[in-house]
Every structure is written in structure tokens, then in C-alpha cells.
Design a protein around this ligand. Structure first.
Ligand code: SF4
Length: 106
């Protein structure tokens, strides 16, 4: 192999390796959503939609209370789903609610 050919080969190999490393080789799976029928969800009365909360069971609930304005919501203001300390790695709906709701400061 001539010196020039070797240099081209090495440059192309390095460029290819860099392209592979820079691309998202392994796509991360999005966290799954909490199932309203999960044991924890049932215990906390969690619903994906705050308007569907059991009013008999949670008399103090208000539809103004939503996961998005709860201090435990880990998503951003524009996220439809996000993490919550109550549900481990599964995501809850920003429009949802559970009985652990606590007003977000501010
Ligand atoms: Fe939603 Fe807050 Fe209950 Fe988590 S603790 S599910 S953010 S209301």
C-alpha cells in the first residue's frame, strides 16, 4: 500500500468511526405511561385527566389541581407527560391528578 493510499484509508476510516460515534446508535426508549389500574395509581386515585377524578372519594379535589402544577411533577411546563416521584420511572399525564397532589411553589 502506497503511503498516500494508506493515509486516505486511515482518514476515511477515522471519519467513518467518528460519524458512527456521533450518531444515535442506540435510541433510548421513551418511559412508559402509568396505567390507571396499577396498584399505586389505584391507591392514590390517579387519573390521566383531572376531570375524571372520583369526586365521592376525593371531596377536596379541584379540577384546577393538575400534575402540571404539582410540586412532584418532573416535566417541563410544555410536556404532556413527565416523571413523578410517586411513580418511579413511569410517566404521568400533565393533565392528570392523584391524592398526593401538592401545589408547586411560585
Ligand atoms: Fe400528579 Fe402530583 Fe400525583 Fe405526581 S404526585 S401523580 S405529579 S398530582
Amino acid at each position: 500500500m502506497k503511503d498516500t493510499t494508506r493515509r486516505i484509508f486511515i482518514n476515511r476510516t477515522l471519519a467513518g468511526a467518528c460519524a458512527v460515534l456521533a450518531s444515535p446508535v442506540i435510541a433510548q426508549a421513551a418511559p412508559s405511561h402509568v396505567d390507571e389500574a396499577d396498584e399505586t395509581a389505584l391507591a392514590l386515585g390517579y387519573k390521566h385527566d383531572t376531570n375524571k377524578v372520583d369526586k365521592q372519594r376525593f371531596a377536596n379535589h379541584s379540577t384546577a389541581q393538575r400534575c402540571a402544577n404539582c410540586s412532584f411533577f418532573q416535566g417541563s411546563a410544555t410536556d404532556e407527560w413527565g416523571g413523578c416521584a410517586m411513580f418511579g420511572r413511569k410517566h404521568i399525564a400533565a393533565a392528570g391528578w392523584c391524592s398526593a397532589w401538592a401545589k408547586k411553589p411560585g
